[in-house]
Each structure stands twice: as structure tokens, then as C-alpha cells.
Design a protein around this ligand. Structure first.
Ligand SMILES: Nc1ncnc2c1ncn2[C@@H]1O[C@H](COP(=O)(O)OP(=O)(O)OP(=O)(O)O)[C@@H](O)[C@H]1O
Ligand SMILES: [Mg+2]
Length: 456
């Protein structure tokens, strides 16, 4: 059965504290996703991004602030949890220590209406236990099981009711690395053979990559990307996704777009970025957006003020004063933050972050010269020239051997604070031996706006 979330939102209202009322928490923000029938969807994101909250809304344990939840053609948004036909494994799954494995698995079956007979319950428990390979452990107590076996009991308990939807909240978090891997494969096998539509929550990118049919990447309650695992890795939608997926992490370089060409450290890295508009010295984007919210001085007027000719400057109550001999002429530095303070005192209700995003995208749409970020995955370098112009001159610091591969750790030539990791096959070791500087060619790279939006 397909599960569909439509503009799902959860806001936890602020609480009264000594300092006043704390801010509302937008745990899940306008989330729209589809879990295809019989598939496993991995919900991936850092701690606190809203994964559990999403899962609990699907389960019916949290009431959404807005939006709808569909199970097939049925709107279940207001259906109580026990009538949704879900199996849930909690993040901190807990088995009843005084009950046997059999009784633990049967526990949720007591609530099934019409009432099940003893024999029916026995059969369902046995089937669920067989599915996770613990059919021979039914008479034991939880403490007589290994961690992985306990975990499987929790999964069997969720499966026993023959749920239409299986919801797993970090079900492997308490296992050691080897067991984690083993149980992960187990879950995939169970999910495939039972064909139950599943949402699997994890903050572990590797786990999500290996187990999911579809991955949803979340950050701060907002969906960043929905795609098949390989696509999320190969074609990250934005800087956040690019950085979140991949171990070792992607290398990020500061670059600059100037007149349609991309530079790293002043050297041409890539050409062929069409500019859409004119270029300007100062950031016209800021003025344009600020003007929408009653920011009075125009670009020209501000320049005049900078030249000390203005008579009546605007003075926000907050903001950083400029250390100047004539403070009355230029009251504050025109930074994004100060402009934001100004416009929020003049009726702009945008959140600081949203204001910033708006400015960033406006600036990008103008095509003005601007700083950008360039992402190159460690495995995307070549020692020999490839077609793209992208060259990173690398000072080698040290080399790590990891089985088949070699990791070269270094920095961009003459930029001590930069850190670059390059992974090459170990048979190329001879090509770098004894060298302390080497030109690396980027086979593949991504370009992001400062806002994180991907542009190449
Ligand atoms: N009952 C609640 N009341 C207020 N805020 C809450 C509540 N539950 C969660 N939150 C907040 O909502 C946000 C999302 O929490 P959630 O538990 O969904 O994150 P998560 O992605 O599951 O994180 P983790 O990986 O650490 O489990 C967090 O900022 C959290 O503090
Ligand atoms: Mg959680």
C-alpha cells in the first residue's frame, strides 16, 4: 500500500521560560513525499532534523499541525494509531523483560479486534519469529538474547500484526558494527519477502544507501532531496546533501564566479557560466530585496552616504556602529545582518534565514560576480589530464593506505588552511611516490551558490 504525505507540518509551540516564551520548533516543515507500495523508503538526516517526528505522525502518535497523510486512497490523518495497521519499532525499542520472547511478540495482538484465539496468536507469533530467524528462541527471556536477537524480537513484534506499513526508527542504533551490518541485510530480506511498505529512519548515510529503494534527505525539518540512493550520491541537489552523503566527505573549495568564469584562488578552474545580467560593484541584490520592505536609500544614495555627503542617515536601534570620526554620517556597516535588522524593524516578517536565501537567489539571478563553493568527491580526481580545465595543485602532507585504495591528504598549493583528501587506486602509488606537490585533475565536480543551491 502506498503511503503519501502531503504538506505535512509539525510545529511544537514554544514554552514559557524565565526569559519569556521560547521559539516554536518547526520540527517538520511542509513535507510532501510518496512511499511507493511495497518499497523501503530511507529517511535520512542529522540529529534533530525531524525524522522521528515524521515517523510518529505517520504512526498517529503525533498530530500534524498541518497537511495530510494517506494510506492508499484513505486519508488517515485523523485515524487513531491502533486503527492504522502499522508496525512500529521505536528508536529505543524496549522489550518487556519479565515476558518471554513469545509473549513479547504476542503483546500487540491482544488489542486486535475481533479478538484472536490463542491458536491464532501462536501462529502469528511463530510466523513473525520465523521471518526474523528467531523461531527457536520463543521461550527465552530478553536478557537471555544477544543485542541483535533482541532487536529482531522488536521487529517481529512489529510484524506480528501483519501491518500494512512498517515504521522503523533507527532500529540498528544499539548494535555493534558487525551485527549492524548483518541485521541491516536481514531487514532488507524481511522487507522484500513480506512486501510491506516500509519507512526506515536513520542518520547513517551508508545504512540508508544500502537498504533503501528511495532516500529522502532532510535537514531542519525540510526535505532536501528525494531520489534513488545512487542518484542522491551522484547528483546531490544542494551543498547540504553533497556534504552529508559520502565517506570520506566531499572536498569543498572556495571559488569565485567572475564574468561567467569560475576561479579557485584566482586561477581559472572552469569557463562557460552564462551571466544573466549586469555586474555591479556592491551587492544590488541586497538593495532590491530590502527595498521591498521599506529600506529607503537607493543604491546610489547609499554610495553617496559612503562618500560622506549624506545629511540624514537611517539609524536602526540595533546594528553595529561603524568606528568612524563622523558616526552620524554612516551609522552602520551595510552588511546582510544589519540590513535585516533594519527591515525587520520596518515591518518585514521574514525569518533571518529566509531573508538571506532571498537575497542569495536574487543575487544569483542577476548573474553578478560572487563567491561560490566547488565540491569534488575524493574519488573524483585523476592524476592525468582529463577534458575539464579543473586543476587543483596539491601539496601532499601524508598518505594513508586503506586496502585497495590510497588516500592522499594535503592542501591546495600554498593554502595551508585548506584540507584536501584524494582517493586513488593503490596501483598508482608509484606515480606519487617521493613527490610533495602534484597537480590533480577533477574528473567531476559540482558548483554551489553560497545559499547551497547547486548550479553545476
Ligand atoms: N515533544 C516535543 N516537544 C518539543 N520539541 C520537540 C518534541 N519532539 C521533538 N522536538 C524537536 O523537534 C525537532 C525534531 O526532533 P526529532 O526527534 O524528530 O529529530 P530526529 O531527526 O529524530 O533526531 P535524532 O536523529 O536525534 O533522533 C528537534 O528540534 C526536537 O528538539
Ligand atoms: Mg529520532
Amino acid at each position: 500500500m502506498e503511503v503519501k504525505l502531503e504538506h505535512l507540518t509539525k510545529i511544537f509551540p514554544g514554552r514559557k521560560t524565565k526569559e519569556g516564551i521560547s521559539e516554536d520548533v518547526h520540527a517538520v516543515d511542509d513535507m510532501s513525499i510518496v512511499v511507493p507500495d511495497g518499497k523501503l523508503l530511507g529517511l535520512l538526516g542529522p540529529s534533530g532534523c525531524g525524522k522521528s517526528t515524521t515517523l510518529y505522525m505517520i504512526a498517529g502518535l503525533h498530530k500534524p499541525t498541518g497537511g495530510k497523510i494517506w494510506f492508499g486512497d484513505l486519508d488517515v490523518t485523523n485515524v487513531p494509531p491502533e486503527n492504522r495497521g502499522i508496525g512500529l519499532v521505536f528508536q529505543n525499542y524496549a522489550l518487556y523483560p519479565h515476558l518471554s520472547v513469545r509473549q513479547n511478540i504476542q503483546f500487540p495482538l491482544y488489542n486486535v479486534r475481533p479478538k484472536l484465539s490463542k491458536e491464532e496468536m501462536e501462529t502469528l507469533a511463530q510466523e513473525a519469529a520465523n521471518l526474523v530467524d528467531i523461531g527457536n528462541l520463543l521461550d527465552r527471556k530478553p536478557k537471555e538474547l544477544s543485542g541483535g536477537q533482541q532487536q529482531r524480537v522488536a521487529i517481529a513484534r512489529a510484524l506480528a500484526k501483519r501491518p500494512r506499513v512498517l515504521l522503523l526508527d533507527e532500529p540498528l542504533s544499539n548494535l555493534d558494527a558487525r551485527l549492524r551490518l548483518q541485521t541491516r541485510e536481514e531487514i532488507k530480506r524481511i522487507q522484500r519477502s513480506s512486501g510491506v511498505t516500509t519507512v526506515f529512519v536513520t542518520h547513517d548515510q551508508e545504512e540508508a544507501m544500502s537498504i533503501s529503494d528511495v532516500i529522502v534527505v532532510m535537514n531542519h525539518g525540510v526535505v532536501q532531496q528525494i531520489d534513488e540512493p545512487q542518484t542522491v550520491y551522484d547528483e546531490p541537489a544542494n551543498l547540504f546533501v553533497a556534504k552529508f552523503l559520502g565517506n570520506p566527505a566531499i572536498n569543498i573549495f572556495e571559488g569565485e564566479l567572475k564574468a561567467g568564469k569560475l576561479y579557485i584562488d584566482g586561477k581559472l578552474f572552469d569557463s562557460g557560466y552564462k551571466s544573466k545580467g549586469k555586474f555591479s560593484l556592491l551587492d544590488e541584490g541586497i538593495f532590491q530585496i530590502a527595498a521591498e520592505f521599506g529600506f529607503k536609500p537607493s543604491f546610489e544614495e547609499y554610495m553617496t552616504m559612503l562618500n560622506g555627503e549624506a545629511v540624514k542617515p537611517f539609524v536602526p536601534t540595533k546594528g553595529n556602529p561603524v568606528p568612524s570620526n563622523e558616526p552620524e554620517k554612516i551609522p552602520f556597516v551595510l552588511t546582510l545582518e544589519n540590513i535585516y535588522l533594519y527591515v525587520s524593524e520596518n515591518g518585514c516578517h521574514l525569518k533571518a534565514e529566509d531573508f538571506k536565501q532571498k537575497v542569495f537567489s536574487y543575487r544569483a539571478s542577476l548573474g553578478v560576480n560572487r563567491p561560490v563553493r566547488i565540491g569534488i568527491r575524493p574519488e573524483s580526481f585523476s592524476l592525468v589530464k582529463v577534458e575539464s580545465e579543473g586543476i587543483i595543485p596539491l601539496d601532499i602532507r601524508y598518505i594513508e593506505h586503506i586496502g585497495r585504495d590510497i588516500s592522499i591528504i594535503g592542501n591546495v598549493h600554498d593554502q595551508e588552511n585548506s584540507k584536501v583528501r584524494v582517493i586513488i587506486p593503490s596501483e598508482l602509488r608509484k606515480d606519487i611516490l617521493g613527490k610533495d606537490r602534484i597537480d590533480m585533475f577533477a574528473k567531476r565536480f559540482y558548483v554551489f551558490e553560497e545559499s547551497g543551491e547547486r548550479i553545476k
